[in-house]
Design a protein around this ligand. Sequence first.
Ligand code: GLU
Length: 418
Amino acid sequence: MHVYDHPTFHMACRQFDLVADHLDIPANDRDRLKYPKRALTVAVPVRRDDGKVEVFAGYRVQHHLALGPTKGGMRYHPDVTVGEVAALAMWMSWKCALMNLPYGGAKGGVACDPTQMSIGELERLTRRFTQELIHFIGPQVDIPAPDLGTNEQTMAWMMDTYSVHAGQATPAVVTGKPVAIGGSLGRREATGRGVSYLANRAMDTIGLNANEATAVVQGFGNVGSVAAYSLARYGVKIIAVSDAFGGTLNARGLDLGKLQKHVARTKSVAHFPGGESISNEQLLVTPCDILVPAAMERQITAANVNQIKCRILAEGANGPTTPDADLVLDQRPDVFVIPDILCNAGGVVVSYFEWVQDLQSFFWSETEITDKLFRLLENAFTQTLHLSRKQNISMRMAALSLGVARVREAKKLRGLFP
Ligand code: GLU
């Protein structure tokens, strides 16, 4: 399957192989569980504002079809490749299975730089990309959602393009839409809220008092910013945050209200007057109680894992820690890891709620949603912790084992088709 050749795909495969060894999965079943079921590559021509036509590469990978339609985000970033998307689709599979959602994993994206495109260009790109995917997505086929570089507006354009084609409003084709057109209350905040809920659970588990704890957050997008604000509400002091342009540190605690205004004005946390400048590399090794990587994959590697000085590693991003770094973390009982497929699952859980509400045309209150979200996260956290302790394996191995075993069971019951 060298079509997926990419360091992140190799990383996801290596993780899978370790889990397959742990679960003693026979050779006959391995490749079928590991490799994505199908992938589509499309050319997306867009007329730029200056009149030039540029063709962007778009992808969608669907990992397995055994449990229902596929589900996962759409990423707009210059480095998007089919291999990266395939890895992210695999992780979506294990995440949905861990959370007991009736989905296979998927992921997609366009190799583009959304920060260098106008709203009009982004709309044309999104509508054309959706048009190219028309027969590959659908409420019972594959349901996109936001990811890095995309947002509610992107989902609104996707939903509208699909609906125009279908001849009727079809809100259930995407999740993470604006509430005004069938989105769910609490979806935007869901991933960050989930991260802080689980970080709080981890603090209870290791006996750390939230009011005495400090946190460092890498990435200040939808996940990192909400995680920071909601950790602060639990009483945690946020001492450093960063984004793609740089970071800011204040050992006495950042004033999040002022930071929010600075970000609204400058579109970045960099050069915040209430803190000193810090690079992303420095940020990751800043001593703290809770470290939240909430940006890209492969940030914590063999090169920096020994310098990480946190008690809880709460993985808001997908795949922030490489398997080499995991080998080191496995020998460091001082760091409690909340693995990505558990830690950031809040997003897809509320996406599932959104999809269910759309299919029924019956909408729930935000309290109902957050309550249901926390109950599902609590359940998955408890199961993962229990398995990790019972088998003396890492939290990551426990979470992945639960996810992979459920997909395997479904495939076994159904046969070779999905
Ligand atoms: N992109 C998010 C993730 O990686 C959300 C996916 C979804 O809601 O379908 O989990």
